[in-house]
Design a protein around this ligand. Sequence first.
Ligand SMILES: Nc1nc2c([nH]c(=O)n2[C@H]2C[C@H](O)[C@@H](COP(=O)(O)OP(=O)(O)OP(=O)(O)O)O2)c(=O)[nH]1
Length: 150
Amino acid sequence: MINANPTETPIFLVVAAALIDRDQRIFVQQRATGKQHGGLWEFPGGKVEPGEAPEVALARELDEELGINVAPSALRPLSFATVSSADRHLLLLLYCAREWTGSPRAISAASTRWVHVESLRQLAMPPADLPLVDVLAQELSPIRCSSGNA
Ligand SMILES: Nc1nc2c([nH]c(=O)n2[C@H]2C[C@H](O)[C@@H](COP(=O)(O)OP(=O)(O)OP(=O)(O)O)O2)c(=O)[nH]1
């Protein structure tokens, strides 16, 4: 049951990125078994630490999880989703990025894939991600999430 007392239910702020390559494919990774939502596919990212700016947190997570360097200024806000449970309100901020240095590789994830947005719908993802995939599909047709190099 969702806690009705707002003072007792913290916001759990998570940032994630849709990395988009020149073929309009999106990078996703499979969460390791043993973690919450283990085995499901997600956008790379993670928790915002206290005092951290969201874009800085996301750049840090992309470095830690994928070994790539993304300038916080290259992260463009795309959409957000919320999922409330008894102990927290998950607030998931989705950004997109088309520019980074390095090649994304699985450092902590079980597996990784580059997929077109229509194929994203075939993958099992956490509930918060489902509306975000719809927004991503809208953004990619026609291309609105561009940085001029696509
Ligand atoms: N990164 C990411 N997390 C997501 C997505 N969708 C979704 O519900 N989540 C949830 C799953 C987790 O409850 C939370 C992220 O927490 P996490 O534990 O993976 O974050 P983290 O990398 O900072 O954690 P840690 O393993 O370093 O402790 O957000 C998504 O697309 N990407």
